[in-house]
Ligand binder design. Structure first.
Ligand code: FAD
Ligand code: FES
Length: 273
């Protein structure tokens, strides 16, 4: 799909609101017409003046406003995390494809800031889906974001929430993928949606294959142009920025020699996860 020029036009927007989601995660709300109409799973390239440009999922879109949700990890994400109300950031996009919401029984598997693109999807699915099983994982309770919002959204539909932490500080002790297996043995799903660490998504994909359930997974790679030109985000024959970031069952099968195994570093060199 070619990107209409309008999405490529860089815009400078003012941070209108900063929300503390956890000690290490914040959401920044800004006004932008194009982003407020983004589809769940789409991302923007965010320019942090004097620091650099990184891809970020659009985590909220409503009434002309949009949001991103950043975990402070390294240089650029720390600078973004530390933005205050009235700070200026540059944005272009939204880019990429999006999750395809289906009518039926769905499972959503998310961890960390992987929940960012899943939140707008959840909003849409509550109107469409027959039932939603939401499985959220993290290393420790401090990592959890959006839990009250998730509970509120899911209260509107037939749903189940399962929470896991590796240290047992919240929900079931263990890996998110350990919690999925018994659920898949018990109930038949029409779709699995997932976003989070790629090793987690790889395990979820393996289970989806085993139980023959369609899956949509949102992938992360180094992104420079964001529009399918530079190739820095390639996985197999695909550019994650343009063909993704959401990969369906067939695409994931096509990139199985790289998915969860290799990624590209900033110089383009293939490195192991
Ligand atoms: C489609 C997509 C959506 C994402 N959504 C989110 C989200 O919602 N929330 C979130 O917290 N993170 C998200 N990320 C990850 C985010 O883009 C950064 O990779 C992450 O925040 C780490 O950046 P850093 O500067 O802290 O890391 P560092 O390791 O310090 O990175 C060093 C430098 O590399 C550059 N860099 C880092 N990551 C990237 C990248 N992926 N592409 C190009 N340049 C990069 C920056 O200039 C940075 O200064 C997403 C990534 C992708 C591909
Ligand atoms: S970021 Fe340039 S091709 Fe994807």
């Amino acid at each position: 799909m070619a990107f209409p020029m309008i999405f490529n036009k860089p815009r400078i927007v003012k941070v209108l609101k900063v929300i503390d989601e956890s000690p290490t995660v914040r959401s920044l709300i800004f006004k932008d017409d194009l982003c407020s109409k983004a589809k769940p799973g789409q991302f923007i390239m965010v320019w942090i003046p004097g620091v650099g440009e990184i891809p970020m999922s659009v985590s909220m879109m409503k009434d002309g406003l949009a949001g991103l949700t950043v975990r402070k990890v390294g240089e650029a994400s720390n600078a973004l995390f530390n933005m205050k109300v009235n700070s200026m950031i540059g944005i272009r996009g939204p880019y990429g494809n999006s999750f395809n919401p289906i009518i039926g029984k769905v499972m959503i598997v998310g961890a960390g800031t992987g929940l960012a693109p899943l939140m707008p999807l959840l909003d849409i699915l509550t109107d469409k889906s027959a039932s939603i099983d939401m499985i959220v994982g993290g290393k420790t309770v401090e990592e959890f974001i959006f839990m009250n919002k998730i509970k509120e959204i899911l209260s509107k539909t037939e749903s189940k929430i399962v929470v896991t932490t590796e240290d047992g500080s919240y929900g079931i002790k263990g890996l998110v993928t350990d919690a999925i297996l018994p659920i898949l043995k018990e109930k038949r799903f029409d779709m699995i949606y997932t976003c989070g660490p790629e090793l987690m998504m790889k395990k979820v994909f393996d289970m989806a294959q085993e139980f023959n359930i369609p899956i949509q997974a949102s992938l992360e790679r180094v992104m420079k142009c964001g529009i399918g030109i530079c190739g820095s985000c390639c996985i197999g024959k695909y550019n994650v920025c343009k063909d993704g970031p959401v990969f369906d069952f067939q695409m994931l099968k096509e990139v199985k020699d790289e998915f969860g195994l290799f990624k590209r570093d900033h110089s383009g060199k293939r490195v192991m996860f």
